[in-house]
Design a protein around this ligand. Structure first.
Ligand code: ATP
Ligand code: MG
Length: 187
């Protein structure tokens, strides 16, 4: 094998997860909230192009298994929904500040569960951890956020994505590998 063959430079494994990825307007609105929280609480604000909601985290997967992940995604049917983000919360243990919903539409956990079950059936290992829908806005916060509500923000969700998480000195960078539509419920 020559020193410059692709196999020598391509990573054999990739860190991946399924997520909801906001459109430009929702990402901009969430990023504005993130900056406001960051101004109050310090820490590290998420960049606008990294804001997401994780549906299923797979961790390191061998490159040849990516096709199987795409097959799973293709097989999963879900309904479109509006996610109303109206809560700010924090996890003291890891000092994350997140946006969440007081009224999670049933279609969201239903999508995460279907995805989880199909991934499991296809031989992928997932953590048994309960699905806890949230959008991380700030990491390593040094102060707690003011408790509770934030002005409601409507995120129209019409697809889900498979994302590769790649690291460098600047932290994690995300690359969308594929996107699958949700059904519009026939209206
Ligand atoms: P970094 O870990 O470099 O600070 P990150 O947490 O954004 O960055 P990843 O660790 O690759 O990047 O995680 C990608 C997404 O998956 C994030 O939304 C993260 O919260 C979520 N995630 C990571 N590990 C798990 C896990 N074990 N279970 C569920 N979700 C996870
Ligand atoms: Mg992480």
């Amino acid at each position: 094998m020559s020193e410059h063959s692709p196999a020598a430079v391509m990573p054999a494994r990739v860190r991946v997860f399924f997520a909801l990825w906001p459109g430009a307007a929702t990402a901009a609105a969430l990023h504005a909230r993130a900056r406001a929280l960051h101004a109050q609480c310090g820490g590290r604000v998420m960049r606008r192009d990294t804001i997401h909601l994780t549906l299923a985290f797979l961790g390191d997967v061998a490159m040849p298994r990516l096709a199987a992940l795409e097959t799973v995604a293709q097989s999963v049917r879900g309904e479109r929904f509006i996610l109303e983000l109206d809560r700010v919360g924090s996890w003291r243990g890891n000092r994350i500040l997140w946006a969440g919903s007081a009224n999670v539409p049933a279609a969201l956990p239903a999508l995460a569960e279907k995805l989880g079950a199909s991934l499991h059936a296809a031989g992928f290992e997932l953590e048994a951890r309960a699905f806890n829908p949230h959008v991380t806005l700030v990491r390593n916060a040094v102060r707690s956020p003011p408790r509770g509500e934030m002005p409601g923000l409507r995120w129209p969700v019409a697809s889900f994505v498979l994302v590769a998480s790649e690291r460098d000195e600047g932290g994690a960078h995300y690359r969308v590998l594929g996107r699958w539509p949700l059904d519009d419920g026939g209206d």
